[in-house]
Design a protein. Structure first.
Length: 687
């Protein structure tokens, strides 16, 4: 009897910070796509202790009004052993829980090991207009915190600027919380030995090294905790959304928050790291799960059901299709297959739905809202030329450099890596080209197993496209060397971030354990595709903290900033403002509390109230706190945009299923009025 391969799903999971000790679970369905048998669309987080029961608006905060955290839930699936594979695998796989039978043996225990860390302060600044291209041929951006030394590898920098509680293990069903804090002993799984404590692990938190700090929500003394559910599945719960600034000896004041993305002297409690598992059987034997996972603890989901025009799935799928041999039926020998028939439901319609959804988080004018909504009515049987889109006439072509600066095309959002405006990924655009040519299949669906669905769904619920630097993960997802290279034959399957092997037995008190870690080394920018990309199969892999270190420090200031901006690089003769991340950073919203009858109310800014008003009125700065520290202090007061049917009775719901409304905001009303788009830098009024 062959030995199956075992994999953790999702391959990349997302926990989200909150200021409450309570939590809900990561969504198991993709954002804004129908959930069978339910009046709710997908993307809603799940109630703890359930398989897929979505929360409603009353579940977002605890009894004290604090914003709950979102836990990432990981499961293990078994697959038949295969000599080589593509994606989808073509077999469903079976979930492995405590009590499962495998080749005559019973799983009596599951041991999980996770190591979270934060390396943001010991990293480089963010190259907004170059993205991963800033790491071409050994080049790197300038350092963060240059006052602490000119080299990332300086022991003092590694010891004081890296937040590292060490690894943790948790096992069994309904395991109590194991915290990533200073008081909880570090431990790891050692093959042939079992769970091994690490009493001398060199844990490090900011307060261990900097005694005087400004911490509006409390000290950063934990990165979260691990638990298990009743079947032995893993729950990773992230931190509390805290940010702390060091006090400067020269002034007696905290380091200033003088940047949207790179603030020296500051820390936050975002984190990331690898997720491993070991199965324990009734005969005493053990089995390492080949397909490990990765978890990132990041910003809250303030609009969990709004689909991004380019999601993290779209970005990662594009790299895997074109550079990792994911789907030879779709792309091979350097070109897309012109006979490929994309699934309308799975590969075409999500693009249309994402366009329609933008109206709920932006200040589109009435004509724009109606037009966006009509895209959602396109069906597989419609002639593309007769739709509102007129085929591809309004869609920005990522293969045509002349369209990169055309602000009249869709999506109406800002781009990154030197492109003023957002374009669909090349794989997405190819799907649309096939649809436009009459080659889309209205009946076909992607035949994904449940584990594969979790991989895809987790990434669909996250931001892609505009990595400046983004919210969940950033431009490093475009580096093929980030991932396990032998995914077809190793039993791991696709989308696995490659972990660096760590010798925990060598951990010594007083010596930093984690090093500088992963640095991209791109031979050519993947967005340009001018020459083959170096896949760097000898890449040593990522350490804990290596994925989140490319994000803003602290994340709060970036979130505050990314409402509307002028295009960057600038576009000749353009004075219009465009949105950054409207699907996940709502700009203008319809508040459920304002609804009367069957009419939508006037919009409010999502970020509003005292501290947000511009004086004199400045359309380029509306919808954000004018002092960055106020977002650090108030991020947990922001409301959340959910489908009308998910609005609880206590908030006047449920409402129309076609509406997406803001709920649970604790911000005071007031501030600048919402003006319908288009807005200009100078005037700020509809044109």
């Amino acid at each position: 009897m062959s030995t199956p391969s075992f994999r953790i799903h999702p391959a990349i999971g997302f926990a989200r910070v909150g200021n409450s000790p309570e939590f809900y679970l990561e969504p198991v369905t993709p954002a804004a796509l129908p959930v069978p048998g339910s009046s709710l669309t997908g993307g809603l987080p799940v109630k703890p202790g359930t398989e897929d029961t979505p929360i409603d608006s009353s579940d977002l905060r605890d009894a004290s009004g604090a914003l709950k955290r979102q836990a990432a839930r990981f499961r293990i699936y078994a697959y038949p052993e295969q000599a080589s594979e593509t994606w989808p695998l073509g077999v469903a796989g079976s979930e492995i829980i405590i009590g499962s039978q495998i080749n005559g043996r019973t799983v009596t225990d599951i041991v999980w090991m996770v190591h979270l860390a934060n390396k943001k302060a010991n990293w480089y600044t963010i190259p907004e207009n170059n993205g991963i291209g800033a790491y071409t041929n050994g080049a790197v951006p300038p350092l963060r915190n240059p006052q602490d030394g000119p080299d990332l590898a300086i022991s003092q920098r590694l010891a004081t600027l890296v937040i590292d509680p060490g690894p943790r293990t948790v096992r069994g069903a309904n395991a109590a919380a194991t915290a990533f804090d200073q008081a909880t002993e570090a431990s790891y799984w050692q093959d042939g030995v079992g769970v091994t404590p690490l009493p001398n692990y060199p844990k490090s938190f900011p307060g261990d090294h900097f005694q005087n700090m400004e911490c509006p929500d409390g000290a950063i003394d934990t990165l979260g905790e691990l638990q298990t559910d009743g079947q032995g599945r893993l729950l990773v719960i992230g931190g509390y959304g805290r940010a702390c600034g060091r006090i400067q000896a020269s002034t007696g004041q905290p380091f200033p928050l003088d940047s949207d993305i790179d603030n020296d002297g500051w820390f936050d409690d975002a984190s990331d790291g690898p997720v491993f598992a070991t199965l324990v059987f009734d005969d005493g034997s053990t089995q390492t799960v080949q397909g490990h996972a990765w978890v990132t603890a990041t910003d809250p989901a303030y609009a969990p059901q709004t689909l991004n025009s380019v999601s993290l799935w779209d970005d990662i799928q594009d790299i895997w299709v074109r550079h990792m041999a994911l789907r030879p039926d779709l792309f091979a020998d350097g070109r897309f297959n012109s006979s490929y028939a994309p699934s309308f439901d799975d590969e075409i319609f999500p693009i249309f739905r994402s366009a329609a959804m933008q109206q709920w988080n932006t200040n589109l004018n009435l004509t724009g809202s109606v037009s966006h909504a009509s895209v959602d009515t396109i069906t597989a049987s419609d002639d593309p030329a007769n739709t509102l889109l007129g085929g591809l006439g309004f869609i920005r072509n990522p293969n045509d450099p002349n369209q990169a600066s055309d602000g009249r095309r869709m999506p109406l959002a800002l781009g990154d890596a030197g492109e003023p405006f957002l374009s669909l990924r090349k794989t997405q655009y190819f799907f649309l080209q096939q649809w436009n040519a009459g080659k889309a299949d209205g009946s076909a669906t992607l035949q994904l197993g449940p584990g594969e669905q979790l991989d895809r769904n987790s990434l669909v619920n996250c931001l892609g496209g505009r990595f400046s630097p983004g919210i969940d993960l950033t431009f490093i997802v475009r580096d093929p060397a980030l991932y396990v290279q032998d995914w077809q034959t190793s039993g791991t399957g696709p989308f696995r971030i490659k972990p660096k092997p760590l010798n925990y037995a060598a951990a010594t008190s007083g010596q930093p354990f984690l090093g500088v870690g992963y640095t991209p080394d791109i031979v050519n920018n993947p967005l340009g595709d001018k020459q083959p990309i170096d896949s760097n199969s000898d890449s040593p892999g990522l350490e804990p903290g290596d994925a989140s270190k490319f994000m803003a420090l602290p994340w709060h200031t970036d979130y505050n900033s990314c409402a509307t901006h002028s295009p960057s690089p600038s576009v000749p003769f353009n004075n219009l403002l465009y949105w950054s991340w409207p699907a996940q950073r709502p700009v203008a919203v319809y508040a459920a509390k304002d609804v009367q009858g069957d009419q939508l109310p006037a919009q409010r800014f999502s970020v509003r109230g005292p501290g947000t008003q511009t004086v004199p009125f400045d359309p380029a700065e509306v919808g954000r706190f004018q002092q960055r520290i106020e977002m650090v202090e108030s991020w947990h007061k922001l409301g959340v945009v959910v489908q009308g049917t998910a609005v609880a009775d206590s908030e006047g719901g449920p409402f129309n299923a076609a509406w997406y409304l803001e709920v649970q905001s604790q911000l005071e009303d007031g501030g600048d009025p919402v003006q319908p788009w288009p807005n200009t830098v100078a005037a700020g009024v509809g044109q």
